[in-house]
Design a protein around this ligand. Structure first.
Ligand code: MLT
Length: 258
């Protein structure tokens, strides 16, 4: 299995990933929010690019008597007039159970839409479901391309960390014991240089992924906005077994538990 990592949404344009399993990461916070919502019983998440589109889709679904929540952020803050933002802590089971969440975020929902245009299989990754995503990628048995959302076209440390955690989990499945012998070059997988870098980054932060957010610019921004509890939530490793999958549903994307 070959594993590659695209450092930003923009790098998807050049990539040939049609037959691959794509996994999208926006660890802070869009994909963590989606994984949390789905794990807490959300029926599906519809990722859209713009606030106006989110309102339109939500109205259409509400008109079909579908329970719907419209949610999104810009600059990390809830969009004015929207009932919900992009904090995973806003979506406990009693809020999100049975709902369709129409979500627009600055980078994450953009990355999901871009990946879905290029790859037939798109999974939603986070630290919360890293092992479950690794298991599903192995079950599918295709080459894997991890797509990091990044921030406004720039590489984000936390997204590469998320991708690296999934590489590490895959490696532990196909080459058990690698962690104990981590100086060794993995031989069971064909890793690009960026995948190797992400793997070693994940190894460095394995005992304390939360620490990486203190070193990451978006992590520090969210901390300064008073969102430390969000960071703690986003850092928890392998708490959920869900693997949200992006599907095409009547003209819009729909993310459901796979
Ligand atoms: C994004 O999509 O850019 C993020 O999830 C921003 C955030 O809410 O932290």
């Amino acid at each position: 299995m070959r594993i590659d990592i695209l450092p930003t949404t923009e790098s998807i344009v050049q990539a040939e990933i049609t037959g691959h399993t794509a996994v999208v990461f926006d660890i802070l916070r869009a994909t963590t929010t989606i994984v949390t919502a789905i794990a807490h019983g959300c029926r599906r998440v519809v990722p859209v690019l713009e606030a106006a589109e989110a309102r339109e889709v939500a109205e259409r679904l509400a008109g079909e008597n579908i329970p719907v929540l419209v949610a999104g952020e810009r600059g990390g803050r809830k969009i004015p007039g929207f009932p919900c933002g992009n904090s995973p802590l806003e979506y406990p089971p009693e809020v999100v159970g049975g709902q369709t969440l129409v979500l627009t975020t600055s980078n994450g929902t953009r990355a999901l839409n871009a990946a879905a245009q290029k790859a037939r299989i798109v999974l939603v990754g986070s630290l919360l479901n890293a092992r479950a995503v690794a298991q599903e990628a192995c079950r599918l048995g295709r080459n894997v391309t991890m797509v990091c959302a990044g921030t406004q076209g720039q590489f984000s440390l936390e997204d590469i960390l998320g991708a690296g955690m999934v590489v590490l989990e895959i490696l532990e499945m196909v080459e058990p014991g690698w962690l104990r012998l981590s100086a060794r070059q993995p031989s069971a997988l064909d890793l690009t240089d960026l995948a190797v870098a992400a793997l070693h980054l994940a190894h460095a932060y394995l005992e304390n992924p939360r620490r990486a957010f203190d070193h990451a610019s978006h992590g520090r921004k969210l901390l300064n906005m008073g969102l430390a509890a969000d960071l703690d939530w986003c850092a928890s490793l392998n708490t959920f077994q869900v693997v949200p999958v992006v599907k095409n549903d009547n003209g819009f994307l729909s993310i459901e538990n796979g």
